[in-house]
Write a protein that binds this ligand. Structure first.
Ligand code: PEP
Ligand code: MN
Length: 355
């Protein structure tokens, strides 16, 4: 008898489930229709006042056993699922995603192409210290056929007492040296206020790991007319990294290069842990060029050649490396900057991977 009653009750539940399914399906069809009407008259998809009215109407009719909050929660889920149906494909997928654009983005910087198997080396000192130091490093780049000169003028340092960079004067030095040797300037800015100076002196703006989620900086980078190298945050997941790039692209600048630069793990043999798998994953998920900073990721120059080779072999569109004419006297990151001979060795070793 009890077993039969249970079966009967379960049968009733099954019928109610099907009725509910029919009802929410019908509801979704009406919401889709409303979406079309809204699109025609140009009204916003989501109307919070209307939604709140609907919820309060339902709550006012609620006589239990569910609490008012539960009723709000249940119906909110139904409303949200129906609204999501109104999203266009573009809104469902990120602009940086390969689902939106299947072909590799190729960024052309003064005739130098990055992306779709156009691989580059970006090199130069951690920080711009003097004209002479920058020129000496740049001359070594020139000798190796490396066209992209990096150097920090605004240095994001852990300690406020460490060398903070020369600021705008550093950018002026970089520009002068780059113009004299026909090189491309890559330099970091750390604040939206530096954007004007960036347009004056820089060819590719770097947004550093510590600023990957500085959303105000990302938004102005999106309004900039120059390419951006966006570095992965110290503890950022790849999803968070892609969303950060989306900030820039959705604000109008589609010339974004993603840079894997190592993440914090418990391993202390390297400064950070170079996440080599990030390269093929980002290349799969996104159409944007991907490069690897082989200096900041490991902090070790003795393994720079294998890590650079591994990065390029994994599909990276380039590498970034620090090179100083005289590393022992460098004002920052002395231990990881390559001296002229080491830089030459690296460039030689990478030749087969670049052609
Ligand atoms: C840099 O490239 O100069 C730098 C500070 O790197 P990151 O932001 O990756 O630490
Ligand atoms: Mn550095």
């Amino acid at each position: 008898m009890t077993a039969e009653r249970l079966k009967e009750l379960r049968g009733q539940l099954d019928d109610i489930n099907i009725e509910l399914l029919d009802l929410i399906t019908k509801r979704a069809e009406i919401v889709a229709e409303i979406g079309k009407v809204k699109a025609k008259i140009g009204t916003k998809r989501f109307d919070p006042v209307r939604e709140s009215q609907m919820l309060e109407e339902l709550v006012s009719r609620n006589n239990g056993p569910f609490s008012d909050d539960t009723i709000r929660h249940l119906f909110k889920q139904i409303f949200k699922a129906s609204l999501d149906l109104q999203k266009t494909d573009q809104q469902k997928e990120l602009l940086v995603s390969r689902k939106i654009k299947t072909t590799d983005t190729v960024i052309d910087i003064k005739g130098l192409k990055i992306g779709a198997n156009n691989k580059v080396i970006i090199a130069g000192p951690c920080a711009v210290e003097t004209y002479e130091q920058t020129y000496a490093a740049a001359e070594n780049l020139k000798k190796q056929g490396v066209r992209m000169l990096r150097g920090g003028a605004f240095k994001p340092r852990t300690s406020p007492y460490d060398f903070q960079g020369l600021g705008e004067e550093g950018l002026q030095i970089l520009r002068k040296v780059a113009d004299e040797l026909d090189l491309i300037v890559v330099s970091e800015i750390v604040s939206p206020y530096d954007m004007e100076a960036a347009h004056k002196y820089i060819d590719v703006i770097q947004i550093g790991a510590r600023n990957m989620q500085n959303f105000e900086l990302l938004k102005v980078a999106g309004e900039a007319s120059i390419p951006i190298i966006l570095k992965r945050g110290l503890a950022a997941t790849l999803d968070e990294f892609m969303f950060a790039a989306e900030y820039v692209v959705s604000h109008g600048n589609s010339n974004v290069i993603l840079c894997e630069r190592g993440i914090r793990t418990y391993e202390r043999a390297t400064r950070n842990t170079l996440d080599i798998s990030a390269v093929p994953i980002l290349k799969q998920e996104s159409h944007l060029p991907v490069i690897v900073d082989v200096s900041h990721s490991t902090g070790r120059k003795d393994i720079v050649i294998p890590t650079a080779k591994a990065s390029l072999a994994a599909g990276a569109d380039g590498i970034m490396v620090e090179h100083h004419p005289n590393p022992p006297v460098a004002l920052c990151d002395a231990a990881q900057q390559l001296n002229p001979a080491e830089f030459e060795q690296l460039c030689e070793a990478l030749k087969p991977f670049l052609s």
